[in-house]
Design a protein around this ligand. Structure first.
Ligand SMILES: *Cc1c(COP(=O)(O)O)cnc(C)c1O
Length: 378
C-alpha cells in the first residue's frame, strides 16, 4: 500500500496494517524480543536477527510512514533530533549545506555544536528568497534543507522550486515536514529527496513519545547509509514507542484538519485584538507566504504565533493567565499549548521577545477563543 493510489485518510488507517498471519490479530502486536531465531542453515529467512537492526514493530511504523509520505522506504529513530543528525551524517567533511535562517533551533545546535568536528560548511539564508538561495549555492553544496512552515515564525517556502535548485546543483533537497505533516504537505511528490519528521509532534499526536523518521523518495546509496547509521549507531525507538507512534498516526488526518480549522479561527480572532501587534499564520490572506501555502498545502496547520503589545513581560503575563492553553514546549498534541519561545530557545535565539507560539489542540475553538480573550484582557 504505497504511492498515490489512496487518499491520505485511507493510507493513515491501512498502511502497514495487515492482520498478523500467525494469529489473525487485527491490532498490531508489540514485539519486545531483542533477538530472533536463526535458521538451521545459519540464515535469517524471516528477516530479523537483532532488534537494533530491525524488528517487526519498527518495520510496521516505517512501512506506514513511507506510504504516508509517498516514499519508497523509511528509517525510524529515537527522536527527531537523531533523525536529523543521521541525515547530516551522510555528508562528508568539506560538504556544504544551505539551511533556512529560522531553521528549528535544535537543528542549528546540532550543526553548530555537536557536528562541528564533522567539518561541514553551513550557510543560513532566507529560503523564501529563491535568489538568495541561488546565490548561496557553491560547487560543493550537497544539500538544501527546507522547513515549511518554519518554526516559530511560520514562514512558507516553495518546496518544488527549492528541490529544482538543489537538483540543478546535484544536491539533495531534504524537507523537515514535522510542522505541516503529510496530511497538509507532501514534499516527496513535490520534488524533495528525503523527508524528516519529529514523530514526537503530530504523528505521535498525544505528547507521550519521542521519535523521528527519515523517509526516502527512492532506494539508493544515501538511504543505505541512513540504514547503516541507524543500525550501527543505535539511536532507534523502542518497540513500544513505535507502536504508540503508529497508533497515533492512524488518526492524524482527522486531528490535523480539526487543529488547522481551529487555528484559522484563533488567528482571525487575534488579528482583530487591540493588544496583538502581529499574527504569524499562513492561513491569513495577507500573510507573506499565503499564496504559496494555498497552492502547496491542503490546509494551513495547527501552529501559529503572535506578538503582544508591551514586550516580553506582557507576553509572559498573557501566557500566565491562560487556563485552557497549557504552558509547555513542543506542539502537535491533542491539548492546546502556549509558549514564550525566545526564553526556551536561549542564547542566539532570533525569535522576537514579545512572541508567543500556540499549538492548537482538539478543544472546541470557541472555548479556546474565550480563554484567549480573558488572558489578553481589555
Ligand atoms: C521537535 C522538532 C525536531 C526535533 O525533534 P525531537 O523529537 O524533539 O528530537 C526537529 N524538527 C522540528 C521542526 C521540530 O519541531
Amino acid at each position: 500500500m504505497t504511492g498515490e493510489s489512496f487518499h491520505i485518510e485511507t493510507l493513515a488507517v491501512h498502511a502497514g496494517a495487515a492482520p498478523e498471519p500467525a494469529t489473525g490479530a487485527v491490532s498490531p502486536s508489540i514485539h519486545l524480543s531483542t533477538i530472533f531465531e536463526r535458521d538451521a542453515d545459519g540464515g535469517y529467512s524471516r528477516g530479523y536477527s537483532y532488534q537494533r537492526k530491525a524488528n517487526p514493530s519498527r518495520a510496521a511504523l516505517e512501512t506506514a510512514l513511507a506510504a504516508l509520505e509517498g516514499g519508497a522506504a523509511a528509517a525510524a529513530f529515537s527522536s527527531g533530533s537523531a533523525a536529523t543528525t543521521a541525515i547530516f551524517q551522510t555528508l562528508s567533511r568539506g560538504d556544504h549545506l544551505v539551511l533556512p535562517g529560522d531553521a528549528y533551533y535544535g537543528t542549528r545546535v546540532i550543526l553548530s555544536d555537536c557536528l562541528a568536528p564533522w567539518g561541514l560548511e553551513v550557510t543560513y539564508v532566507d529560503v523564501t528568497d529563491l535568489a538568495a538561495v541561488r546565490a548561496a549555492m557553491r560547487p560543493n553544496t550537497r544539500m538544501i534543507w527546507v522547513e515549511t512552515p518554519s518554526n516559530p515564525m511560520l514562514k512558507v517556502s516553495d518546496i518544488a522550486a527549492l528541490a529544482e535548485l538543489a537538483h540543478d546543483n546535484k544536491a539533495l533537497c531534504v524537507c523537515d515536514n514535522t510542522l505541516a505533516t503529510p496530511v497538509l504537505s507532501r514534499p516527496i511528490p513535490d520534488g524533495a529527496d528525503f523527508v524528516v519528521h519529529a514523530t514526537t509532534k503530530y504523528i505521535g499526536g498525544h505528547s507521550d513519545i519521542l521519535g523521528g523518521v527519515i523517509v526516502t523518495k527512492e532506494l539508493g546509496p544515501v538511504f543505505e547509509r541512513v540504514k547503516h547509521l541507524q543500525h550501527a549507531l543505535g539511536a532507534v525507538p523502542s518497540p513500544f514507542d513505535c507502536w504508540l507512534a503508529l497508533r497515533g498516526m492512524r488518526t492524524i488526518a482527522l486531528r490535523v484538519r480539526a487543529q488547522a480549522s481551529s487555528a484559522l479561527e484563533l488567528a482571525r480572532f487575534l488579528t482583530k485584538h487591540a493588544r496583538v501587534t502581529a499574527v504569524h499564520y499562513p492561513g491569513l490572506e495577507d500573510a507573506p507566504g499565503h499564496a504559496i501555502a494555498a497552492r502547496q498545502m491542503r490546509g494551513f496547520g495547527g501552529l501559529l504565533s503572535f506578538q503582544v503589545r508591551g514586550g516580553e513581560s506582557a507576553a509572559m503575563a498573557v501566557a500566565a493567565k491562560c487556563r485552557l492553553f497549557t504552558r509547555a514546549t513542543s506542539f502537535g498534541g491533542i491539548e492546546s499549548l502556549i509558549e514564550h519561545r525566545a526564553s526556551i530557545e536561549g542564547p542566539g535565539t532570533t525569535t522576537p521577545p514579545d512572541l508567543l507560539r500556540v499549538s492548537v489542540g482538539l478543544e472546541h475553538p470557541a472555548d479556546l477563543i474565550a480563554d484567549m480573550t480573558q488572558a489578553l484582557g481589555p
